[in-house]
Ligand binder design. Structure first.
Ligand code: MN
Ligand code: MN
Length: 470
């Protein structure tokens, strides 16, 4: 071993004063490395089981009940360590582990969303053109339309019948199922299309899903392919064309989560945004050992991708009702609880991509493998729409994560005038809750196949755990 050399005054000064950014793999020990890979196996299953907000909720409830959580009924007696959950209309879910401190000391929240960009079927989706049957779609969230053609799609969702029953639809998720796709022009005839900007080359109304091509036999009427498809749907699900009116059927990519890279250090999948943070918050809550000091609340919201609106979005009073019912069990006013609460709004951020360096500001971008990215503000063009956490709050989180050995980095989403994005943070902050944005850096965000680092996934889980443990 070489003799340890004296550090020069410049080196000492550099170490003392300048930020030393390090790749997470150069920092973690062997036990943490193993924990990273183990954790991500569970996460990949969560992704495969939860390709829509509804299936995410179903699987969350399955995991929660296995961990001893029970449905939270209003007026239920609660004790430190009580584990409860409440589902919002099948599309969102809140969970809590009651702490030893009273609720007027506030709650520790992680809030993320479990809806992802996708293609929804229109209310009258099925039509036939040139003896091919299609479903019309209306895209949900910010998609780049050209990415959704010529990939395998599956259909998941529900059809609510007039008699009150609900039919579950899942085609493509079982081995041997047929899949669906949207076709694109061949290059031989695509010269004009190729001249168009990416954003307009594939118009929304051309995102029509191919669902059949075989005409009904022994019939000389019109729309024989459409009728044959409808007959199959009736035979299998008992639904008629009019029942699509009260349906929510989502076309999502038909591939499952896989390891990416020779070193298996990354995960490629549909729906990392934002199930990667949703699972982190959920798993951290499920793994809590006994009662935390402050009550821990995990929020898995719907509708973030279209503005957090509606009864199942983060702006819904469902959240106040849930925490209000917790507070009522201790006769604590909700507002007294919320003003002392802290929320880590966990949502993905953009990872610096050297292939598109021009849209990032390198000093303030999240890097793959550098841990969970904290965002003081999101928003776009002059912080518009951002909740912009206070400096004191950011200092609190720096200390919290450092004390627990969580790897984190500070991030902005792209260059200041380049664009931007929002999360649920502003809706939590508007409720008088101290809120900071944080999340996993993602490559190809909102694409049908997004990529994240396993180390960053694990560090987001570790950050959520740190929040709950206070
Ligand atoms: Mn998101
Ligand atoms: Mn998003």
């Amino acid at each position: 071993m070489a003799e340890k050399e004296e550090k020069t005054p410049g080196q000492q000064l550099r170490e003392a004063l300048l930020t030393q950014k390090k790749n997470g793999w150069d920092v973690v020990d062997e036990a943490t490395e193993k924990a990273v890979f183990d954790y991500c196996e569970g996460y990949k299953t969560f992704l495969d089981r939860g390709k829509t907000e509804r299936t995410c909720v179903d699987y969350t409830v399955e995991l929660a009940e296995a961990a001893g959580f029970v449905p939270f009924e209003r007026g239920m007696e609660l004790h430190p360590g009580s584990k409860v959950y409440r589902v919002n209309r099948g599309r969102a879910v809140n969970l809590a582990v009651v702490g030893s401190a009273p609720l007027d000391q506030g709650v520790s929240i992680t809030a993320s969303h479990i809806d992802s960009p996708r293609l929804d079927l229109k209310p009258t989706p099925l039509y036939e053109d040139s003896e091919l049957a299609f479903f019309k779609t209306h895209y949900y969230g910010g998609i780049r339309k050209y990415q959704w053609v010529t990939i395998p799609l599956e259909l998941r969702g529900v059809v609510a019948m007039k008699d009150g029953s609900v039919v579950n639809v899942a085609v493509g998720s079982h081995p041997g199922d047929p899949l669906f796709t949207i076709d694109d022009l061949l290059p031989h005839l695509g010269a004009e299309q190729a001249k168009k900007p990416l954003g307009t080359a594939i118009p929304a109304e051309s995102l029509n899903i191919l669902v059949g091509s075989r005409p009904l036999k022994d019939d000389d009427g019109s729309d024989r392919v459409k009728l044959a498809v409808m007959k199959m749907l009736y035979d299998h699900y008992g639904i008629r064309e009019a029942d699509f009116i009260s349906a929510e059927i989502e076309a999502v990519p038909a591939f499952n989560a896989v390891d990416i890279g020779f070193d298996r250090s990354l995960i490629g999948a549909y729906g990392h945004d934002d199930r990667v943070c949703g699972y982190a918050g959920l798993k951290a809550l499920l793994d809590l050992d006994g009662a935390p000091v402050r009550t821990a609340v995990c929020v898995l919201a719907d509708k973030e991708e279209i503005g957090s609106e509606g009864v199942s979005g983060m702006q819904s009073a469902f959240f106040e009702t849930f925490v209000g019912d917790l507070c009522a069990s201790q006769k604590v006013p909700l507002r007294a609880c919320l003003e002392k609460s802290f929320c880590l709004s966990t949502d993905v951020t953009a990872a610096y991509d050297p292939n598109f360096a021009e849209v990032y500001e390198k000093n303030n971008s999240a890097r793959v493998n550098y841990g969970i990215g904290l965002c003081k503000y999101t928003g776009s063009r002059g912080k518009s729409g951002a909740s912009d956490a206070g400096a004191e709050l950011v200092a609190y989180v720096r200390r919290l994560l450092d004390d627990k050995g969580v790897l984190w980095q500070m991030a902005e989403l792209g260059k200041a005038d380049q664009g931007g994005g929002g999360t649920v943070a502003c809706y939590m902050a508007n409720r008088n809750i101290d809120t900071l944005d944080a999340g996993v850096p993602v490559l190809s965000m909102h694409a049908p196949f997004e990529t994240v680092s396993k180390l960053d996934c694990y560090m987001t889980y570790a950050a959520c755990k740190a929040v709950y443990q206070g």
